[in-house]
Design a binder for this molecule. Sequence first.
Ligand code: NI
Ligand code: MN
Length: 226
Amino acid sequence: MKVTYYGQSSFHLEMNGKHLVFDPFISPNELAANINVDDIKANYILLSHGHGDHVADAEQIAKNNNASIISNFEIVSWFQGKGLNGHPMNHGGKWKFDFGTVKYVYATHSSVLPDGTNGGNPGGFVVWDSNTCFYFAGDTALTMDMKLIPLTCPKLDFAILPIGDNFTMGFDDAAIAAGFIECDTIIGCHYDTFGYIKIDHDAAKKAFAAKGKKLLLPAIGEAVEV
Ligand code: NI
Ligand code: MN
């Protein structure tokens, strides 16, 4: 599967002919100046929580593409109030969409929408079809609940984990998370965008390699095959 990085925690991938975009924060991100939001294709936009660095461009991309928002109940209700389509979920629930199954899983973080509206509980997504299964963690600390993922979902082919520290787990904890979720291929996110989350890329890769895991850090605009 080809996964394209748009900076911070934003990604695009295609599953069964549908375009999925995760946590779009592109136009406010100076590091992502090479990405044109209006060029992004989306059938679905998956939002892990309500913070601006995850939802900033969701409305524009949804309107450009008539895309549907997949998130928790509170976030989907907020976007429905803006006239967008959405599918509300909550922790532990899964739903079979036309591209595959999505399970909304636990994340230890906070969630408020940009105008101060309650953003419900933050989460992550496990997404799968008969060929591929992956985990998009959103913003989260390392949590024991990650051990539930291999117990309740198909075997993960790859996972997208935050590694920037300060607001989420750092790369040392994320390397432990890779063990908890029993996944060997990790794409890092939520690093370098702001001063608080600038990291040493080599040290991050070494922390994963020490546990027999591979950490991929694609450049913004770069696609990796996983
Ligand atoms: Ni956040
Ligand atoms: Mn964030």
